[in-house]
Design a protein around this ligand. Sequence first.
Ligand SMILES: [Zn+2]
Length: 221
Amino acid sequence: MPEPPPNSNPPSAGNQKEDPGSPENSPISPIPPISPIPPIMSDPLVRGSDYLNAVRQIAIDPSTIWSGGDIIERIQVCTWIGEHIETINQQLREYLEACHQCFPASERREVVIFAAPIAPDYGIDALCNILVDPVAIVIDVGRTAPQDWLSIVVHEYAHAYLRSPGHDSRLLEVLTHLCLGLGLEPPNATGMDERAMDRMLRNWPHCNATPEPLAFWQGNG
Ligand SMILES: [Zn+2]
């Protein structure tokens, strides 16, 4: 039997944690990317449901993506997603491109970005799956005001750029570069030990949380 080709994960992948409350990066093998492009002809409910299923396949773990409490809520959210997700994703792609512009073309990694509601149990507003190629960023845009969406993209982009989930001095350097390039306040870790820096960087750039994340996805944001 021929051996499968070796995967291209960085040595650190799979044994570190993303933001607090997120799952371990448990999958060992890279998951083949599936583009969450829903069929154009279907109705909004089917389109939204197909979209969320596709995003689940590129998330660190499918359960990180919200799956809803009751049928009425699921219909409401999936229908809203089917009608509006492309506009939101277009905005996120523009922010992603702004991040790309901070680096020479030769240094840019291929990154895909999608908006989706994240399951509340995880307590995170975004995730970056460095185990898939291209690297996949999922942002729960219901968890922050639209003026903070760029900040969330910047944070996850820094992880994607480094292909590392760590909140260390390398992330500090990349985040500082991005913040200066995009007119955001850069992090200041002067005098901080590793733990303090980790704590600060996990929430940098700082974003205010919305009181009801799901309200956005129900069309009441
Ligand atoms: Zn992070």
